[in-house]
Design a protein around this ligand. Structure first.
Ligand SMILES: [Zn+2]
Ligand SMILES: [Zn+2]
Length: 347
């Protein structure tokens, strides 16, 4: 089969690789019809995190089940499915408490599973991992593109909103205008936030934030951004979603939190080797919650909203490519020409 393979920073190639096969009775093979390039892929693409050369990449697969192992019960060949960025068993202590990213049988899409940016992928623990799309929507292209973000960024934005404690009538600030930040805006609106301030650096992305429900946008940087948010919120918001992961974004997040408020963070921490400064949290009793998002826990709820037409994160896909376009997709995201790139491996 053909799949995208990482060869080093800035070097993604589409190559012929071994097609994954059923190895355990709990495995399923999925023919990938839709997948995406992720902001988190840029960390290894830029050489800012380590990854072994020669490994398959991608972690946001949607497709059609081709084959299942003999113990798989929840899906069968022909089903349209999507899958979260982390494989989970669905039955261990942590999966049962909704913390699927800490699954005792956790697995990833890369390596021998084929990677999520290729023609086929193996899902280990298929019953716990794969989410079936109801048959009546299984070939509805518009719906499928709206569901694809549930594999990662929409669930992650939702986790930021949940972690920040967003509730009906609340004030929320979303730091970051990448795909996760934009989905955080949609999630905050979905949870009933009344005033939603989106903080970012790109006018075109802040336009999407408005489309997703932001009532205010702030494009300033640094202290000017903090001042603008404090002005809009009369001294800070009780609920702040940190959707970047850079130290500067965490600083902004705590500075725009109202005393006694909560920062929900989902950005992969970067540039914090010197440690996180806790004094701003300490001084105003600001709580810090969140972490890597257990998006499997949220898939059914978010899917219900997409299917009933009240949630549509698909505008984050500003470019679509075939498999051969994956290297160009990385480049476009790296150079911020695209918010997020949709990949259709068979087109
Ligand atoms: Zn991702
Ligand atoms: Zn588990």
């Amino acid at each position: 089969m053909r799949a995208a393979v990482f060869h080093g920073p800035g070097d993604i190639r589409v190559e012929e690789v071994d097609k994954p096969e059923i190895e355990e009775p709990t495995d399923a093979i999925v023919r990938v019809t839709h997948t995406a390039v992720c902001g988190s892929d840029l960390w290894f693409y830029r050489g800012e995190s380590d990854r072994d050369a020669g490994t398959g990449v991608g972690h946001e697969p949607m497709g059609i089940v081709e084959e299942v192992g003999e113990d798989v019960r929840s899906v069968e060949p022909g089903d349209r499915v999507l899958a979260p960025f982390a494989i989970s068993c669905g039955s261990c202590e942590f999966c049962r408490k909704g913390l699927h990213t800490s699954c005792e049988n956790r697995d990833s899409w890369g390596g021998a599973n084929g990677g999520g940016q290729g023609e086929y992928v193996r899902s280990t623990h298929a019953d716990g991992t794969l989410v079936r799309v109801p048959d009546r929507y299984a070939d509805d292209e518009e719906v499928l593109e709206s569901l694809l973000p549930l594999t990662d960024v929409m669930g992650t934005g939702h986790h930021a909103a949940r972690s920040a404690g967003v509730e009906a009538g609340a004030d929320a600030v979303v730091v970051g205008d990448g795909a996760v930040g934009l989905c955080g805006v949609a999630a905050a609106r979905r949870l009933g936030a009344e005033r939603i301030v989106a903080v970012g650096h790109h006018e075109d992305r802040l336009d999407i934030a408005e489309e997703f429900g932001a009532t205010h946008t702030v494009a300033e940087r640094g202290e000017a951004a903090v001042d603008a948010v404090l002005d809009i919120t009369n001294g800070g918001a009780n609920h702040v979603l940190e959707c970047v992961g850079a130290a500067s974004a965490m600083e902004t997040a705590v500075e725009v939190a109202r005393p006694g408020g909560t920062v929900g963070y989902v950005g992969v921490p970067h540039g914090m080797e010197g440690g996180l400064d806790l004094f701003p949290f300490f001084g105003d009793n600001v709580a810090l919650r969140g972490g890597v998002a257990p998006v499997r826990a949220y898939a059914e709820d978010l899917m219900a909203d997409v299917l009933q037409g009240t949630l549509d994160p698909s505008p984050i896909f500003t470019e679509t490519v075939g498999l051969d376009g994956v290297p160009e997709g990385y480049r476009m995201m790296d150079e911020r020409e695209a918010v997020k790139v949709l990949v259709k491996p068979w087109e």
